[in-house]
Design a protein around this ligand. Structure first.
Ligand code: ATP
Ligand code: MG
Length: 779
């Protein structure tokens, strides 16, 4: 692609004299994308070709040419982490801190800000609360029950999924028609309407509303839209292939005026179809914006040759794609490594050792620090094995986007208190903590408050105030409820008066008795919970006020720990989009887990292609070392399962793959299995031989000797441990803590045992031994 000359403006001449640092090293196509400032631009290119880098340089160019002020640039990234990184990169490029890019962030973060400014246009107040999934489900449950629908058959989660889907498609309740409205036992549309009304009454929104409301405002208030069309003079969007309909409409509305919109993406990396993303959006760009400049990049700067070739070979199996050629100057390097393990624990053990080996530089490459290494999993339940193993060997790690700190009970309770202090009418927060710690309020007292609120159309707090004053409830509970109401009033006044928020947060937890509740608790978890509460107060430091903090928490999709210490990262493949690491581990490549059986059951071939794109995203995160592994047995939600190596392993071009033989007695079998799987690209039929290998047979013999999964050449076989359990009802067993007991019932791998001293317990069979053997067990 030839270089497009910059317009000969004064500042451009100045730039030509001393090339701007952000233009240095860009290839001609990237430079063209940076310099084509006016009009629509689409950069459609493969992984690691420098799309994000060019997009960042474009912002730097706009700023340094004075084409736009920082607040006139709207830049959308996919995660908060990506937004942070882009800000840092810009700071480095421009040699100054760029505090002033207020509109660089995720769709959600940007929409929160817009909605706070115009909340009244959709019937909300500007201090609306953002509900998390838990609150949302609770609310939906109430509505389902109110309709007398059997929540067991028609669960709230299912309704939440439907509503989310409609919001992703920018459908307000009025627009949900036909089969959609008739879904959920005919109540879909009706419940959606009721839910939106209830949210409005609570002055609350859910995640999907953030976009939906803003799109609605833009569609119904042309004056507001026009104001932002003028305001955001340049629009830039990263990872455009993953926008859903609502996001697409939002962008199109904003860009219609000046048409200065630059979108970058890769159709091969579209991985959010399951959440409503439409890869068609990127393919339609030239139709939406006629005359668009389309730029394709082909040089990959991230990965070495074999890694890139393996990824390209894999994605070639997808039918619905534009198809691109990628090349790299980084010739040679390590092949993609493939290794098979007996089970998930062994895989975690091996990866733990390997991370340390890579860190020491004993893997034929330069040493790679922990920050440069990542483990990318398909399903978050895979993370636990790694966390456990790394804790055991003292390997520092961070989990990104995993089970989050903010989802723990004590944190959610504390946050409910903070939410009440900020918005006293937050009924969900009120319900959560009115009796935590116990305030002597029985169900009846709470029902009285709820009924009063319904009758009077007020918030629960107001209702509680009235109920206490009018003596509708009496006794000890009344006094404590009065104390609670007065507390919330006091805290709210303090928030409004701008009291220092960290001190206030601590006061709230003390005055409410919440901290004391955990101090008095003698359970083993209590000290940890108190630690977490301290952490929470610490986290507040970085924010200006409580509201800013609450907003942040509702928005974080990734909880990358901020400290600079070297740590290996564990995250899902979805969370790894756009990132890069010198060394990447991709565990769990087994059919059923990856590609995910659940996705394929729901989405068929389309879903399989999305899974393959996810594999492509995974491999292309690696710069120098990419290691794929699979295990023959895995414990998933308490059940042993055995599986075949992933079909994606078959699809990797064998010449770019090196098969490793795992250490240990039984590993050889999987080494052979892996070798056979990898080399079978031409001889797929030979794959069946995997299960005829001597190693595999040895493992079968071993499996027969112990109560464990029986590997079989069948897909997704769930093995019931009961079949091999030695315990029958009536058997005498011994448990380390509970002592001797008698088995009452066996249920899968669980037992009900009547212990002689400790009473009846349910536990995993593997935690007890036969009573006769108890003397021999070295506990
Ligand atoms: P993805 O599709 O995974 O999001 P991307 O196309 O956004 O990838 P970047 O993350 O922008 O790619 O770039 C990949 C790597 O290549 C980065 O480390 C980046 O700094 C580097 N890079 C990009 N362009 C160049 C260039 N012209 N010269 C040298 N390095 C480059
Ligand atoms: Mg990118």
């Amino acid at each position: 692609m030839s270089e497009t000359p910059a317009p000969p403006s004064l500042s451009a001449r100045a730039l030509a004299a001393r090339p701007a640092p952000y233009l240095e090293g860009l290839n001609p196509a990237q430079r063209a994308a940076v310099e084509a400032l006016e009009g629509p631009v689409l950069m459609l290119a493969g992984a690691g070709t420098g799309k994000t880098r060019a997009l960042t340089a474009r912002i730097a160019h706009l700023l340094s040419l004075g084409k736009a002020r920082p607040n006139e640039i709207l830049a959308v990234t996919f995660t908060n982490k990506a937004a942070r990184e882009m800000k840092e990169r810009l700071g480095r490029l421009l040699g100054e801190s760029i505090e002033g890019l207020p509109w660089l962030g995720t769709f959600h973060a940007i929409c929160v800000k817009l909605l706070r400014r115009h909340a009244e246009l959709v019937g909300l107040k500007s201090n609306f609360t953002i509900l998390d999934t838990d609150d949302q489900i609770r609310l939906l449950k109430q509505l389902i029950l109110a309709e007398n629908i059997d929540e067991k058959r028609w669960p709230a989660r299912m309704l939440a999924g439907l509503i989310d889907g409609w919001k992703n498609r920018a459908l307000t309740p009025e627009k949900v028609k036909g089969a959609d409205a008739a879904s959920f036992n005919n109540y879909g549309g009706e419940l959606y309407t009721a839910y939106q009304a209830r949210l409005r009454a609570l002055n609350a929104v859910d995640f999907g509303d953030l976009l939906l409301h803003v799109v609605t405002i833009f569609q119904t208030h042309p004056d507001v839209l026009a104001q932002y069309q003028r305001w955001f003079r340049f629009i830039l969007v990263d990872e455009y292939q993953d926008t859903n309909v609502a996001q697409y409409l939002w962008l199109r509305l904003l860009a219609q005026g000046h048409r200065n919109i630059c979108c970058v993406g890769d159709d091969d990396q579209s991985i959010y179809g399951w959440r409503g993303a439409e890869v068609g959006n990127i393919l339609r760009f030239e139709k939406d914006f006629p005359g668009a400049t389309v730029i394709r990049l082909e040089q990959n700067y991230r990965s070495t040759e074999h890694i890139l070739a393996a990824a390209s070979g894999l994605i070639a199996a997808n039918a619905g794609r534009l198809g691109k050629t990628l090349w790299t100057e980084a010739e040679g390097g390590a092949k993609v490594r493939l290794i098979g393990h007996w089970d998930g624990e062994e895989e975690a053990r091996w990866i733990g050792d390997e991370v340390e080996a890579v860190q020491r530089g004993t893997r034929g490459a330069d040493p790679v620090g922990l920050n440069g290494q990542a483990i990318l999993v398909r399903a978050s339940h895979q993370m636990r094995a790694f966390e456990d193993r790394f804790l055991t060997i003292g390997l520092p790690y961070r989990v990104i986007g995993g089970p989050r700190f903010y989802e723990r009970q004590e944190i959610r309770d504390a946050m409910a208190y903070f939410r009440l202090a900020v918005s006293p009418e937050d009924d969900l927060a009120f319900e959560r903590v009115v009796n935590v710690p116990k305030r002597g309020l029985g169900d009846k007292a709470v029902q009285t408050v709820q009924a009063t609120a319904r009758e009077d159309g007020t918030s629960l707090l107001e209702a509680a105030r009235y109920v206490v004053a009018s003596g509708r409830i009496g006794g000890k509970g009344a006094g404590q409820l009065r104390g609670f109401v007065e507390g919330v009033d006091r805290w709210h006044r303090a928030v409004r008066a701008g009291a220092p928020h960290e001190a206030l947060a601590e006061t709230i937890l003390d005055e409410s008795g919440y901290t004391a509740m955990w101090q008095a608790d003698k359970s083993p978890e209590a000290p940890g919970r108190l630690e977490n509460l301290k952490e929470l107060i610490k986290a507040l430091e970085q924010f200006e006020n409580l509201q800013g903090f609450l907003e942040h928490v509702s928005l974080i999709m990734d909880n990358a720990s901020e400290d600079a210490a070297e740590k290996v990262s564990i995250m899902t493949l979805h969370a790894a989009k756009g990132l890069e690491f010198p060394a990447v581990f991709l565990p769990g490549w087994e059919d059923g887990l990856f590609p995910s059986q659940r996705s394929m059951d729901e989405g068929g071939l389309k879903a399989l292609e999305e899974e393959r794109r996810l594999a492509y995203v995974g491999i292309t995160r690696a710069e120098q070392l990419c290691t794929i592994s699979f295990a023959g047995n895995r414990r998933v939600y308490g059940q042993w399962q055995s599986a075949l190596p992933s079909r994606f392993i078959d699809e990797l071009p064998a010449v770019h793959v090196e098969v490793l033989t795992p250490p240990g007695l039984y590993g050889g079998g999987y080494g052979a299995a892996a070798r056979s799987a990898a080399s079978s690209i031409e001889e797929r039929a030979a794959r069946a031989d995997v299960y005829a290998s001597p190693g595999w047979k040895r493992m079968q013999e071993r499996a027969a000797l112990r109560p464990m999964a029986q590997p079989r050449a069948a897909r997704h076989m769930t093995i019931d441990l009961d079949a091999v359990s030695e315990f029958e009802p009536g058997a005498r067993v011994f448990h380390q803590k509970f002592g001797y007991g008698t088995v009452l019932l066996t249920e899968g791998d669980k037992l009900s045992v009547a212990f002689d001293k400790a009473g009846e317990k349910k536990l995993l069979a593997s935690f007890v031994v036969a009573a006769s053997a108890a003397d021999d067990v070295p506990f």
